[in-house]
Design a protein around this ligand. Sequence first.
Ligand code: NAD
Length: 367
Amino acid sequence: MHLGIRSERTHLEGRVAATPQSVASFIDMGGSVSVESGAGTLAGITDAQFGEAGATIVNSLSDAGTIDVLLKVGRLSEADKHLLARGSAVLGMLDPGNDDDAIAELTRQGVTCIAMERVPRSTLAQSMDALSSQATAAGYAAVLMGSTTLPKFLPMLVTAAGTVPPARVLVLGVGVAGLQAIATAKRLGAVVTAYDIRPETKEQVESLGAKFIDAPTQQMDEGGYARAVDEETAAEQRQLLADAVAASDLLITTAQVPGRRAPLLVESSVVHLMAPGSVVIDMAAGSGGNVEGSMPDEVVDVNGVRIFGPTDLASRVAADASRMYARNLLEMVNRMVVDGSLQIDTEDPVIGPAIVGVPETEEGVST
Ligand code: NAD
């Protein structure tokens, strides 16, 4: 089993799909690993470290011979289509639903495509849950980004030059990213308020020492995700949130509904109520935005309120985000290897749901 690790570095991507530790584990499983030169640089991993772990460093995976399993951070590239042959597999955050043509093309080539976004959010699959590991990194990074942009301290300071009040941080959407944002803002000493449509999040918010806003809630779907709310509820929600938004120094929004545009929680008229200098980090900007006017990877200034729509938050802590993601991938591959060779069980409760493209002619893949 020959595994390939791409260098996917761009100005918005610093993560890598393996670490020296995961490389060593693949070799212990009986595999061999080729890593593209520079793949780990922005995650703090040198070629030499990958080499010491047992990987072969190559300029391009196309020089590395047949790749059986390609491990990726992001979507499929043109080069991946030329690299992978029938019987191989690719694992990555392949963005199913938005990049289906590329996935279908590779599947037609006989490649099994496994999207890490589709790993179920179950207890069994926890160690392979890349959405959670990357949302943890992103939620943390969102608070740091906001705190360094805000012209204020986050904690209360009592100094000889006077008492400085703590900053008020509001987190809308309390999934994995939101919970990490609350915890991070609390550690930095801010006064934190939060809200989510799912009623069970109230207790989670309060257990972190933050205050829950009393606005409408509704039960989640059977998968544990939020459902879209009807327009009447959404309007009531926006009304009740308006005061809290206006009073916040730093607003972090994370609300998502799988397979749908992100819900609009804050209208432009409410952004206008925020004090100049306030900062908004709209973590849902890449899927339509929770805040009216936010733009992916842009800064929009509304009367001195800066709205950021970063899509690269996990990559801003590339070393630890990669460490967690590489572990997710290692656990996935571990689950698919039997006696040193890859056996993809399409009925497996973790692997099965993550397969977004399985070649028609084969029931499984073994190399
Ligand atoms: P997500 O990224 O899909 O959404 C973020 C948050 O936005 C969610 O908490 C959601 O309820 C909220 N939201 C959606 N619409 C909203 C609205 N109109 N107003 C306010 N908030 C809104 O969420 P996620 O972090 O991926 O988590 C999804 C679910 O999966 C959660 O129930 C989480 O507890 C669960 N989960 C379970 C496991 C596990 O059991 N292993 C692991 C991770 C997540």
